[in-house]
Design a protein around this ligand. Structure first.
Ligand code: MF3
Ligand code: CO
Ligand code: CO
Length: 289
């Protein structure tokens, strides 16, 4: 190691530590003295990584835009998979879900009482009144973007409409409340507060996650939590918030046959929205939506 190497920042930017993360480390040290839990350094992305994740997230957003334009009554969830597949290719990405731990399709499509990880199928036809989550993750130049949206098929019931809207409000509320050096638990606090105020329950077994260099990184982002608890969220962290909110009880079941599909235990409706988020010096920036 030469003289220059010794002064290179730990973030991998290649820049001198003094002008890169030195002040950042000073700030974090203040929180450490206050007994806060700090994120491990590997969760702090450098500028180049952030630009890569930004690009993957932009393309992921464009893929969901294409789904949004075409989704309609009578379409099968298999056709949604085909839209994602062809759009991803066209935009120069790779569908991250395809083959992930054996997942057989390019995207997750979760209809009505399916909470998440629904497998696209020719047998699942979208009917008037359905609500469906399309959850897409894309790899571009090795970087990952991950987001999901709800779609209302034709005219939906007032109940379904409210569940979809309130779930998005849960996500947007958390995004607006979380600032640099907020705690991980604050996310779950704001999400669950808004869900419960509307009479809904929050799925606890699944959550958001760090993302960017892999599909799933630390930390696990629970949608239940207490203010001031858990790791602090610092500039350079990239993670998802993706609340799964049930109309009825919070309990979920996994499909024993396919090993993927997660249902509500009581058969009630479930909704989910997801963003990929970057913590900046001023707050959360939405990278993928
Ligand atoms: N996109 C999902 C998430 O938000 C994960 C997809 S699971 C897979 O974490 F198996 F479909 F890849
Ligand atoms: Co996702
Ligand atoms: Co995710």
């Amino acid at each position: 190691m030469g003289f220059k190497d010794k002064h290179e920042c730990w973030c991998g930017s290649g820049e001198p530590y003094e002008t890169c993360h030195k002040n950042f480390d000073k700030k974090l040290n203040e929180f450490k003295k206050k007994k806060c839990i700090l994120p491990p350094k590997k969760l702090i992305k450098n500028k180049k990584q952030i630009e890569g994740i930004r690009e993957a997230s932009k393309i992921n957003t464009m893929i969901l835009d294409a789904v949004e334009k075409q989704i309609c009554v009578g379409m099968t969830t298999e056709q949604i998979d085909q839209i994602v597949m062809s759009e991803t290719k066209k935009l120069g990405g790779i569908p991250a879900c395809l083959g992930y731990e054996g997942f057989p399709k390019s995207v997750c499509t979760s209809v009505n009482g399916v909470v998440c990880h629904g497998i696209p199928s020719k047998k699942v036809v979208l009917r008037e009144g359905d609500i469906v989550n399309v959850d897409c993750t894309t790899i571009v130049n090795g970087y990952y973007g991950d987001s999901s949206r709800m779609f209302k098929i034709g005219k939906v019931s007032d109940n379904a409409n409210k569940l979809v809207n309130v779930t998005k409000e849960c996500l947007d509320l958390a995004v607006s409340k979380i600032k640099p050096y907020s705690h991980l638990g604050d996310i779950g606090y704001w999400v669950s507060k808004h869900a419960r105020e509307n009479g809904y329950s929050v799925v606890k077994e699944l959550g958001g996650h760090g993302v960017g260099l892999e599909m799933h990184e630390d930390p696990f982002v629970s949608h239940l939590g207490k203010l001031g608890q858990g790791m602090i969220l610092v500039p350079g962290m990239v993670f998802t918030i993706e609340p799964m909110i049930n109309e009825g009880r919070a309990g979920v079941l996994i499909d024993e046959n396919d090993g993927w599909t997660i249902y509500t235990e009581d058969g009630s409706l479930s909704a989910q929205w997801e963003y990929t988020l970057l913590m900046t010096e001023t707050g959360l920036e939405i990278l993928a939506k």
